[in-house]
Design a protein around this ligand. Structure first.
Ligand code: FRU
Length: 508
């Protein structure tokens, strides 16, 4: 007996040793599926980007965070900072839940003129507006569970103090009343809050970020309404000398490829009302895995957008344990023209170029059904960027695969004029029904030539087609990274140029 139990103990130790060694073999930020060029929290749960503000050379990224678990729970604002939008440094938690509830999504501004009065000794306050969500208010009282609160920082965003009179904007009786995005409106010298109110957007104005007056509602009968409206954003962009206002409205569910997605409206805002130029439904990103995307404040004319790289359908179940969910690559937004139409295009920020290792370039590359590129190019490591250019849009696909026979396949189908990403054989998928699926998006450009830029990380691909007019974001969980790149075309097709660039990872 004694002998057996000693043997058991030894076995137990050996097993323990094995698992400890396995864990040690996966250092922080290099665990299986951990994105190598995207922000993800050092550990535990993350959803929406929040309070994004640029100040004194630093990009602040706050985000919905639950520090005690890798599933959604009592929300805090996690915090990370970057000087280049690419390399991130994890910071201490910025906002903790309090007697008013969880700290839901919101925004932050630089109150240069100290309209809030929070500034002291000449220190400019950064001011955050967020939703206090009281989880104890259920049933009839759920109509008042979401209210807007305020916090400020006098040390450039490092530490935050909640306002003494929270909440500053009380719920008028709407169950989903949240995610305030605040901006300065110069014409009326007032702050404007854009707020999601269930199935519409409500605009409020304030001289001091504390006293809010309702201006108007927008969108009850416009755009997509397959789910609740959340996380809005409002800002002007100038194209050919003409100002157009962009209203971003995230929606869950009801996205073009099921679940969560980001729609937008183009129009005019006069400080009181937003008027849309038409009734068309438009999407910033057609893929299933960009959500709650909004922009940084205080970046001048440059508008930089960041989304959460997941979908509420499976965000709590994706197969990572130490941390859960990452952000997209930051993207610069521009208005561009396609025929007579205006389109909001997004492209990866130029700061990404700093990650490029030596690019491998092919000119006039012929592709058919059997092109195998990885050996020729040597660019078999992830992350990487693939840029492609063809003179006339025709059918093609790119397959990224590993030696386990797993792959993702993406490309363009001329017959239906759509881009596609197929993740039906991309590794683990049994954590959610229909995760293993093919998703498509319309080609919006009518230019004869086609260009595509792909950002491929260990567990995601972001497709930017036609200078960012059609965008798709997709996550996947292969057992080994995809290291092989193949190109196919049913007919012989010539690519004017193909560039494969391995990218340096951002974590040490
Ligand atoms: C969007 C959202 C927001 C809310 C937050 C809660 O993903 O539902 O509307 O503020 O997440 O974590």
């Amino acid at each position: 007996m004694k002998c057996i139990s000693i043997r058991r103990i030894v076995l137990l130790f050996l097993l323990l040793d094995f698992f400890v060694a396995k864990l040690a073999a996966q250092p922080l930020y290099h665990e299986q599926h951990r994105p190598q060029i995207h922000f993800s929290p050092r550990e535990k749960w993350a959803n929406d980007p929040n309070g994004m503000v640029y100040y004194k050379g630093v990009y602040h990224l706050f985000y919905q965070h639950y520090p005690d678990s890798s599933v959604w729970g009592p929300m805090h604002w996690g915090h990370a900072t970057s000087r280049d939008l690419i390399h991130w440094q994890q910071q201490p938690i910025a906002l903790y839940p309090d007697s008013l509830g969880y700290i839901f999504s919101g925004s932050a501004v630089v109150d240069i003129h100290n309209t809030s009065g929070f500034g002291k000794d000449g220190k400019i306050p950064l001011v955050a507006l967020f939703t206090s969500h009281d989880p104890n208010k259920t049933g009839a009282s759920s109509l008042s569970r979401e209210n807007q609160s305020i916090a400020y920082s006098l040390d450039n965003g490092t530490t935050w103090t909640k306002g003494p009179d929270n909440p500053v904007l009380k719920n008028p009786g709407v169950e989903d009343f949240r995610d305030p995005k605040v901006m300065w409106f110069e014409n009326s010298k007032k702050w404007i809050m854009t707020l999601a109110a269930q199935d519409k957007i409500s605009f409020y104005s304030s001289p001091n970020l504390k006293d809010w007056k309702k201006e108007s509602d927008f969108g009850k009968d416009l755009g997509a309404h397959g789910g609740v409206w959340e996380c809005p954003d409002l800002f002007p962009l100038v194209h050919n000398g003409k100002k157009t206002w962009v209203l971003i409205v995230n929606i869950n569910p009801g996205g073009p490829n099921k679940g969560s997605a980001t729609q937008y409206f183009l129009g005019n805002f006069d400080g009181n009302k937003f008027v849309s130029i038409d009734s068309k439904t438009r999407w910033i990103d057609y893929g299933p895995d960009e959500y709650a995307g909004i922009t940084w404040s205080n970046t001048g004319n440059r508008k930089i957008f960041l989304g959460w790289m997941s979908n509420w359908i499976y965000a709590n179940q994706v197969p990572t344990e130490k941390w859960r969910n990452a952000m997209t690559i930051p993207r610069e937004l521009k208005i561009i023209e396609s025929g007579n139409e205006l389109v909001l295009a997004s492209l990866p920020v130029k700061e990404m170029d700093g990650l490029s290792l030596k690019p491998v370039v092919f000119h006039n590359l012929e592709i058919n059904n059997h092109s195998v590129l990885s050996k020729k190019s040597g660019a078999t490591s992830l992350p990487c960027r693939i840029n492609l250019n063809m003179a006339a849009a025709s059918d093609f696909s790119i397959t990224l695969s590993n030696e386990a026979g797993e792959y993702i396949k993406l490309g363009y189908n001329k017959s239906d004029n759509r881009y596609f990403i197929d993740r039906t054989h991309a590794g683990k998928a049994d954590f959610a029904d229909n995760f293993a699926a093919t998703h498509t998006a319309p080609r919006l450009s009518n230019a004869p030539g086609l260009n595509l830029s792909l950002i491929v990380d260990v567990s995601s691909v972001e497709l930017f087609a036609d200078n960012g007019m059609t965008v798709m974001t997709e996550i996947f969980f292969p057992s080994k990274p995809f290291g092989k790149i193949d190109l196919q075309s049913p007919k012989n097709t010539v690519l004017k140029e193909l560039t494969i660039t391995a990218l340096r990872g951002i974590w040490k």
